[in-house]
Write a protein that binds this ligand. Structure first.
Ligand code: MCA
Ligand code: AMP
Length: 503
């Protein structure tokens, strides 16, 4: 097979003047522009000394330039490493030290602070890229030639690294190969019937699998176009929907749209497809959406490590509360979480995944990689079952994970940050139902002195340690944490006690 970019390019529209992406009130790029600008970035990377296999770490606001840099990295054989814009300096220092990028691209406003971190971590080059084409990298790219012969790549060559946190220890860099990404987006493009007549409404961040590999790569695979919004803003989405044919989002997008009276059946009667993923879409929201619009949201299930695994059907029943059937080429089995024994159909166990979509392992962590595979299957940490018709349902998580608005938060990381504070004796972090974000983060704290109850002091102290989305929205002070006979905190008890906190 070939470089992912070359595979995508083989499906670009023959007429390269056709639109690839438009940002309302800003840039519109044709496929010809895409080829030229991604070529300019690839030439620039070579000039900057970036060689195949080098990491290019990117923490910049969402922009089409960032996408062109992604494609430039693919073409030059570099490994694209996008980072959540919410990460703090402390979090970034870890990623720099671990990934050792040859180049770090940051927001111009952060350049001074990033240069200090980069010096400490031995990262040789820092360049900048802003949200409107400003910054040293776009400026330098504009001077480069647009022609670039895309480098050959093998299926197993790494195209991107995406960091995911873990239940223990620090974040792990999931290595995704050209073959992983190419096979998955082609499968999704066919499964969801994307064609060059489609226009995708893109309001997701592009530092994650969802916005980058699912949304963008599927559009590119179909030679389709997208309306590229800076983020999810309900006004902008309502204004753009009439020009779109398809939309992808996390459940929060659909929850927020349903709150708007202007989100009517008429507004979306021309739409072909709404897709949801990254977090559970409640059956209630699925039904409310169908009642309001006549559209059954198509829910699918994926992970950073595996891309997409299952999807409800395009034709046929899109069953609320299920994540659908395994995608073509993907094998799903349900195993006993303790023994790994494969369970009979209908029983609940841990979901395990095998297929061309499954990643190559964690960057520089061979033992962690080995521990998360069983007989060639990746152990997802999600609990679920498969019904008689083959539909997969997710019923819980074996991993201690909170998903808030589609972002993953590992309680262990937040607890460590809380426990380091002098005001805290011990803590437990849980996710409880949140009407907008699905789950909201709550920190349950046993204070170091009995009369301490200043939650603002606690959240304030976390501000520069943890990305904002990981910070507890509520601090609840307790005299002691509920523990079982082994001394382990009973999080189920806490979740039950706090279930109404955000209602
Ligand atoms: C923003 N904030 C959040 C979140 N997002 N807090 C918790 N959870 C979040 N997801 C913070 C903001 O910094 C702000 O802080 C405050 O919460 C309120 O922000 P708000 O304006 O309500 O948020 P927003 O800017 O509208 O963002 C919400 C969002 C956004 C639109 C739901 O989080 C989003 O685009 N999520 C999509 C994430 C995604 O793409 N996940 C895919 C992962 P302050 O209080 O300081 O104002 S890939 C994946 O999961 C797999 C592979 C898959 O299957 O797809
Ligand atoms: P991430 O680490 O960001 O790749 O998140 C992957 C996790 O998101 C999965 O292991 C699931 O727990 C969750 N997830 C993704 N899609 C769905 C879905 N449709 N329903 C429920 N959980 C989902």
């Amino acid at each position: 097979m070939a470089n992912l970019y070359a595979q995508l390019a083989s499906r670009f529209p023959r007429d390269r003047s056709r639109t690839f992406a438009s940002s309302p009130g800003a840039t519109t790029l044709s496929y010809a522009d895409l080829e030229r600008i991604s070529g300019q970035y690839a030439n620039l990377l070579v000039d900057l000394g970036v060689t195949p296999g080098d990491r290019v770490a990117v923490q910049v606001p969402k922009s089409l330039d960032m996408l062109m840099l992604y494609l430039g990295c693919l073409r030059a054989g570099a490994i694209f490493l996008p980072l959540n814009t919410a990460y703090t300096a402390g979090e970034l220092a870890y990623f720099m030290a671990d990934a050792q990028p040859a180049l770090f691209v940051c927001d111009p406003a952060q350049a001074d602070a990033i240069r200090v971190l980069a010096d400490e971590a031995g990262v040789p080059k820092v360049e900048t890229m802003g949200s409107r084409g400003e910054g040293s990298l776009p400026l330098a790219a504009a001077d480069r030639p647009g022609g670039f012969e895309t480098r050959n790549a093998d299926d197993d060559d790494i195209a991107a690294i995406l960091y995911t946190s873990g239940t223990t220890g620090r974040s792990k860099g999931a290595m995704l190969s050209h073959g992983n990404l190419a096979s998955n987006c082609q499968t999704l493009c066919e499964h969801w019937r994307f064609t060059d007549g489609d226009t995708l409404l893109h309001a997701l961040p592009i530092f994650h699998t969802h916005g980058l590999f699912v949304a963008t790569n599927v559009v590119l695979s179909a030679g389709a176009q997208m309306i590229f919004l800076p983020g999810f803003d309900v006004e902008q989405v309502l204004a753009a929907l009439p020009q779109a044919t398809t939309m992808m989002g996390v459940p929060t997008f659909y929850i927020r749209l349903l709150k708007e009276e202007r989100f009517t059946r008429d507004l979306v009667s021309h739409m072909r497809l709404f897709i949801s993923g990254s977090a559970p879409l409640s059956a209630d929201i699925h039904r409310a959406f169908r009642e309001r619009t006549g559209h059954a949201i198509l829910e699918r299930y994926g992970m950073t490590e595996t891309n997409m695994n299952t999807s409800n059907p395009y034709d046929g029943d899109r069953l609320p509360g299920t994540v659908g059937l395994p995608l073509p080429g993907v094998t799903i089995r349900i195993a006993d979480p303790e023994t790994g024994a494969v369970l009979p159909q209908g029983e609940i166990g841990v979901i395990e995944i095998r297929g061309p979509n499954v990643f190559k392992g964690y960057w520089k962590m061979p033992e962690k990689t080995e521990a998360e595979f069983r007989n060639g299957f990746f152990i997802s940490g999600d609990l679920g079952f498969i019904d008689a018709a083959g539909y997969v349902s997710i019923v819980g998580r074996a991993k201690d994970l909170i998903i808030s608005g589609g972002y993953n938060i590992y309680p262990a990381e937040v607890e460590t940050a809380l426990d380091e504070l002098p005001q805290v004796r011990e803590s437990a972090v849980v996710g409880v139902p949140h009407p907008d974000m699905g789950e909201g983060v709550v920190g349950v704290v046993v204070p170091a002195s009995a009369d301490f109850a200043d939650s603002a002091a606690i959240t304030g102290a976390l501000a520069d340690k943890l990305a904002r989305f990981k910070q507890p929205r509520h601090i609840v002070f307790v005299e002691e944490l509920p523990k079982n006979g082994m001394g382990k905190v009973q999080k189920t008890v806490l979740r039950e006690q706090l279930a109404q906190l955000f209602q």
